[in-house]
Design a protein around this ligand. Sequence first.
Ligand code: 5AD
Ligand code: SF4
Length: 483
Amino acid sequence: MLNTQTKQREDASAVVSREEMMRQWEMAGQNRQLLIHRMGHPPRAWVKTFGCQGNVADSEKIMGMLIDMGCEPALDEKQADIILYNTCAIRENAQVRLLSMVGELKRLKQANPNMIIGLCGCMMQQEAVVRQIRNSFPFVELIFGTHVLHRLPQLLNRLLCGEHRVVDCFEGEGRANPIAEHLPIRRTDGVQASLQIMYGCDNFCSYCIVPYVRGREVSREPDQILREAKEILAMGYKEILLLGQNVNSYGKGLAEPINFTELLRRIEALDGDFRIRFMTSHPKDCTRELIDLIAQSKKICHNIHLPVQSGSDRVLGQMNRRYTREHYLSLISYAKEKMPDVTFTTDIIVGFPGETYEDFLQTLSLCQEVRYQCMFTFIYSPRPGTRAASMPDPVPYKEKTKRLNELIAAQHQISEEDNRAREGCIERVLVEKPSEHHEGWMSGRCENGMIVTFPAEKVQPGDFVQVRITRGLRSEYEGELVK
Ligand code: 5AD
Ligand code: SF4
């Protein structure tokens, strides 16, 4: 019953219809033959992902669809018959790097003219970029945006049936991308599986391109999410990472009144020993009700990613973040009061247009007050079409780099101190994989999100074990198994 959910929604167009999905499956079936015919052997596919966890999750669907069309995952790019780059538009340098990497693909195409090279993802929702790609890279035959991911079988079919180049971009802007349920997903190996609960973003932070390239915010039906969560657990994954640009506003537009806290309650109620993480939370929508639930929960990790972006109210206003430093800090202290063991991570933009050194010092002091476990720091990058891109930006790049380094140095000191302070503590650890640095050691993740490596025999990825921290380093722990 693929289509029953459509009727419950206020905006039925948000869900891809059953007929449309059937058409894609039919095309996928046709492509199996056509691909073997073109390549002369079962095709090997290589999907390279740039950017955030959302793109990683999209790539898992792309690979799922390609496997459905008879492809095998290629071991590397050189031996692939189909290469797809799933691109990111968030900062300019990502874009520049991508374009130079695409240029390099020309040689592979010359060596294997049957090869299909495609580009998809956020960058392909920008008209100017697509124009540049069309003009500069004639060997890129398939170009599609985030709104037609589910239509990959049909797009590939057009190419295999003789079209010289297939381009499907831009429809998403100003609208929600349609939700396609029941796509095959080729999840990455490991103990953690990601689960997209919503798509797009309505926030329009003034620096950010996401709302333009991902369309309006739209939530999946809770039943579909629970179905997928059950499938993930049945496959043996031990950690579910719920994904959305702003998970705290989950539920908008659904006929059933449900918010993120309620969704978490339902996922938590599923059987099994597993962990739940989620990202990204927006401070303006993060509620005390949610913090209370995390505090009571045995499954939701006490580790919250809460991007602050800046510690200056003036800059937060210019960024259109719609919260104040005081509100942010009150959330943090409420969470610390309810969960003495809670840890926070954050995103920070340094050098937003017009940021003064005093504004920057506000960010620095906020970080010193919160004591983040780790932070993701970025120098502001102007994105065409966003509001901030037209704001005066007199601060030289060199000065921005200096501020960034100052912030990173302060964070290093905090991380080193706080990680050392954990020495002697016992953590419940989910074993992930053999350590890359120590023979015979395993690495895993504590509930607080930190990586810990420890000498281990007879433990497997997916086991929960107790580990005593013996050394707190800057970005991970070393430990020993508690027998
Ligand atoms: N410049 C720099 N950083 C940005 N981010 C988003 N847009 C920009 C930009 N234009 C950062 C924010 C966001 C993270 C995913 O990327 O910190 O939280
Ligand atoms: Fe971008 Fe703001 Fe939306 Fe995050 S919440 S994706 S920073 S617009």
